[in-house]
Design a protein. Structure first.
Length: 151
């Protein structure tokens, strides 16, 4: 056998043994990596030991955001506040609409009782007028935010 073929066969045998042997044998083929550690006193400016950020307790105060981060999200925060206010206004009007509709339904249930029909329809019609006014309020609120049908 030629020397080159012997070297190839030897390295193939070593690789085969590394893959078939327990993991400790495989680590002998991999050259060790050198890791450089900096002394702790170089990393911290004070002489007292510093706990890593992941070791902070849950009751500790959150770190303040830098000024540029606060300014960056200020418009987003204002948009969220406006959206929340709008949803609250819509929710209030819709709640009143639901209440008035229940009152109208209850008034119409009197049709099954020996009550004059004009009285029953008068009470229901009064609630319908209230509901019309509430829907006009809702329309005014929704005109303030066009193209936001999902609200």
């Amino acid at each position: 056998m030629r020397p080159a073929a012997t070297a190839v066969a030897a390295s193939a045998a070593a690789l085969r043994a590394a893959f078939l042997a327990p993991p400790a044998a495989a680590f002998r083929l991999i050259p060790p990596r050198r890791v450089f550690f900096l002394p702790l006193h170089r990393l911290s400016s004070s002489s007292s030991p510093v706990a890593p950020p992941c070791a902070a307790s849950f009751d500790s105060q959150p770190l303040p955001l830098p000024a540029f981060m606060d300014a960056q999200f200020e418009s987003f925060r204002a948009q969220l506040d406006g959206s929340s206010t709008l949803r609250d206004r819509i929710r209030a009007v819709v709640s009143e609409v639901e209440s008035a509709s229940r009152a109208a339904s209850a008034a119409l249930l009197l049709i099954h009782q020996p009550v004059p029909l004009s009285d029953v329809l008068g009470k229901a019609k009064a609630q319908v007028e209230v509901i019309k006014g509430l829907y006009s309020q809702l329309a005014e609120i929704l005109k303030e935010c066009p193209d936001q049908y999902y609200r």
